[in-house]
Design a protein around this ligand. Sequence first.
Ligand SMILES: Nc1ccn([C@@H]2O[C@H](COP(=O)(O)OP(=O)(O)OP(=O)(O)O)[C@@H](O)[C@H]2O)c(=O)n1
Length: 404
Amino acid sequence: MRIETLPEEFIKAQPIIDTIEAAGYEAYYVGGSVRDTLLGLPIHDVDIATSAYPEEVKSLFKRTVDTGIEHGTVMILDHGTGYETTTFRTESGYQDYRRPDSVKFVRSLKEDLNRRDFTINALALKTDGTIIDYFDGLSDLKAHRIRAVGDPEKRFNEDALRMMRAVRFASQLNFTIDPETITGIKHHGSLLTKIAVERIHVEFVKMLLGQWPAMGLDVFMDTGLYQYCPDFKPYKDQLEQLRLQLKSGLSSETAVWTILCAVFGLSSKQVNRLLKDWKSANQLIDDVQVAVKAVKAISEHSVDAWLLYQTGSELLPIANEVANQLGESPYATATLLAQYDELQIHSKKALAITGQDLMSAGIKPGPQLGQALNYLERQVVEGQLKNQNNMLLSAAIKYLNEKA
Ligand SMILES: Nc1ccn([C@@H]2O[C@H](COP(=O)(O)OP(=O)(O)OP(=O)(O)O)[C@@H](O)[C@H]2O)c(=O)n1
């Protein structure tokens, strides 16, 4: 098979391949960019595989970076773009189920394609548009099927993350997974516990960002893969519910974790624990804690000024998206944002009074000063007080007198 017109990303990279070939080696485009081109999807990174050994590649180009030289990968820099160029290799001895202990560089393209995860990812493309397909990847692409190259048991034993990649591709591409590959996942699901959580995290989120999340979730649940992800085991019923409810992919990582935590019914403390176990960034944890509260309020039709203020304009659309996915939002996002815009202030800094002003008026520094500012903030947000310095000052004095 031959692609008539190659996307411009490949045409831009052609001088790299030409240089390698002129030196007597083979070089091809490989991996996701070839798969996505054949599916008519936009491509991200152009990866090149070559028969030239890393030192040979480096000798051919002025500017290279050793991005993974022990695995044969050298990045070639050309007119501001980096091209990952990897020597054909075989892999052996995956003691940790994720990275090959030893790689052997080889000169044969077929051997290189043979070590890859799925047939749709084991296609090579020449600069003239010819596709090289040793493992029936083209018919799997046509049948919308994810199938391991060779023996699925061996493939997942080598790299257990591939099971998560399979469910992620199913969600992104609307593909089914070949029955033998499914059996391989069923047999090897527990190996996922040997994989760094951060890597599972990336694939899991990509699965729920995919356009057809139920395609991946079906396999994730039916094969029992979910049990080997941190803390998911007790939430089987909720995950099952989610797979039926999700109509389309979510828009962001924050939305992914918000919907999970909302469906699991987690408190802020539990959100923190779950997301820490999934090795999440602190900012994500903070955002999800806020967004989950907002989803609850939206679902219960109890959105008020204070909730809008605390949630903020970035998280409101996410919380409303999640509530919509769960079929429970009576609000349009634009309405929530318009109500948010109408608030007198959008941060504590915007209060027309400072701690310094309160101290100048004789209020002593200490906890009561902070309490007074918190009181004013809430009153202004809720529209009980106008955001004017003299009004806020007298309200603070009254508040502290009543408290005393
Ligand atoms: N665990 C893995 C990861 C990658 N690959 C191979 O390396 C290629 C590039 O991997 P990567 O860039 O991670 O994924 P892509 O398939 O390119 O997909 P995407 O860019 O959408 O993540 C894959 O196509 C596949 O041939 C593999 O065999 N096993």
